[in-house]
Design a protein around this ligand. Structure first.
Ligand code: NDP
Length: 287
């Protein structure tokens, strides 16, 4: 079945989304602030709308992929939204998603927020994931079309859930990358090739990740007792890590916040607890 779909925003990501829909034979209407970016898609069969409002009017399913939410504020407004399903794939915050949902539903539209866990070349392929949240009936109606873009995972009726999980996953990724990059700099300080260290650190981090379910259980139940590894053990060992970094001429900056967190946990009397206790310390920012 050919579904009319409008795609607003033809940057790297919007173009990949529109191309994938065209490839599967859907009726795609596109709009971009800078019209030249629509030309290659027109050559592939897309209809080019003259204005954003025209693009919204053209289809009941409207996918939006701009740089930031603010870019969508002038575009997603007015009676033209009535009866339409707006799938907002622009990256944003949970709070922005809630506000956008209110704006769209206030104009009689249905709102689905999405977090794209992929880079543009992955769109339409087996490894792409898009997290969705918001209007579940609207999501279900378009699940098959959205499923062409990436594996769809509906994570909750509250529209803020998709950006929340999206940002939490990026948060974890940057922490991991920071650790990896710092560790590579450390071994390189003794002329060790990164390629020699990479498989070692991959195996180590994979083994460490096996503890995640246990950490999750501890923080969910509030039972932080451990007979494996305590906060105090890490807090005592940590200055050695910082000293080594300085001795080897590697910027220790990424490690400092972790030392501060461990120090604070011990100062607050949590030294004997397992490391999952650090989660609740983070939940109360230092004043
Ligand atoms: P690009 O910078 O390639 O494209 C940005 C798009 O937003 C363009 O279509 C641009 O139009 C449009 N835009 C920017 N400001 C305005 C405005 N004020 N009014 C109207 N249109 C505007 O970014 P991407 O396509 O890479 O990313 C789009 C979204 O997808 C972002 O939120 C990004 O975080 C998210 N995303 C991107 C990923 C990636 O790897 N690229 C991965 C996951 C999510 P114009 O052409 O006229 O400048």
């Amino acid at each position: 079945v050919k579904t009319p779909v409008s795609v607003l925003g033809l940057g790297f990501m919007g173009t990949a989304l529109a191309e994938t829909l065209l490839k599967h034979g859907h009726d795609v209407t596109v709009w971009n602030r800078t019209p030249a970016k629509a030309e290659p898609l027109a050559a592939k069969g897309a209809t080019v709308a003259a204005t954003a409002t025209d693009a919204v009017a053209a289809s009941l399913l409207v996918i939006v992929c701009l740089s930031v939410y603010a870019d969508a504020e002038d575009i997603l407004t007015g009676d033209v939204l009535a009866g339409r399903t707006i799938v907002q794939l622009t990256s944003g915050t949970p709070r922005q998603a809630r506000a956008m949902s209110e704006r769209v539903t206030g104009h009689g539209g249905r709102y689905v927020d999405g977090g794209i866990m992929a880079v543009p070349p992955m769109i339409g392929g087996p490894d792409a994931l898009i997290l969705y949240s918001g209007d579940e009936a609207a999501f279900d109606e378009y699940r098959d079309v959205l499923g062409l873009l990436a594996r769809p995972d509906f994570v909750g009726g509250d529209p803020s859930m998709a950006p929340l999980f999206d940002l939490a996953l990026l948060d974890a990724m940057y922490g991991m990358l920071g650790g990896f990059f710092h560790a590579v700099a450390l071994v390189r300080s003794e002329k060790v090739e990164a390629a020699r260290f990479a498989p070692m650190v991959t195996a180590w981090l994979t083994a460490m990740m096996a503890s995640f379910p246990e950490y999750a259980r501890a923080v969910d139940t509030g039972e932080f007792g451990t007979d494996v590894s305590s906060v105090a053990t890490s807090q005592i060992a940590f200055p050695g890590l910082l000293a080594t970094s300085r001795e080897q001429g590697v910027d220790p900056g990424l490690l400092v916040p972790m030392r501060e967190l461990l120090d604070r946990a011990v100062a607050e009397g949590h030294g004997a607890d397992g490391l999952a206790r650090l989660i609740t310390v983070l939940e109360r920012p230092a004043s």
